[in-house]
Design a protein around this ligand. Sequence first.
Ligand code: UGY
Ligand code: MN
Length: 253
Amino acid sequence: MQQSPFGETRTRVEFNHALVAEDGHVVSPLVGWNNAEGVVLISPAMSHGAATPRFVQYLVNGSEACTTTGADAPIERLVYVLEGDANLDGETLPADSFAWFSPGDSYTLKLPAGARALVFEKNYEPLDGHNTPERVVGTLATAPKDPFLGDPEAMLATLLPVEPSFDMAVNVFEYTPGTTLPFVETHVMEHGLYMRSGQGVYRLGDCWYPVQQGDTIWMASYCPQWFVAMGKESASYIYYKDIHRPLLTNPAS
Ligand code: UGY
Ligand code: MN
């Protein structure tokens, strides 16, 4: 990767949002994985005062012996294959497929050399009257997709069932160039976002950031947010949000 000769980067870590550009990635071993190296993009350690992420987002770079047999309860985990083929209990998980694992689920997931995955984890919060969901395996291509607030230039795919038993959502947004989030959103849910393709400008709080493929964004609860896709190709990002939980026992719902 081209490095800045003057120590410049687009990376910013603010009290209620962060932009982590690829040029700042530092690879480290990953807890919960064997023989794995990756980059922890968002974690509670990111807190700079008031707001603290309530989830973890990281990249895993595959290698010959890279495996995981699951995360300890109460951690739920969604693994999205960005590149190459992963293997889950003997079945291929190709690029742009994913698996969501309920807390304590055990399995063998291999991520060979050349494959890369994005992972979201949080502590699952049970909900009275609802069973903890079973494992979900799927693909972006077959996920439900709808125009966002009626705009067919902003298509939103929902990877997980939208049901109260799930306390997280992971969605994939795709915008044609020139398309925007229709208004500046300000909401209780927090987001972890990874740019899959394209470029644009993200408004986070009172700052406007140029963003491109490979960038990560953390948006704390109530961080005002807006996006415009720019350039010649569609811009797409995958993002996490916390949903469906009581407001007074959990700060997000
Ligand atoms: O689901 C969302 O809140 C989404 N519209 N936010 C975003 O893309 N920043
Ligand atoms: Mn939002």
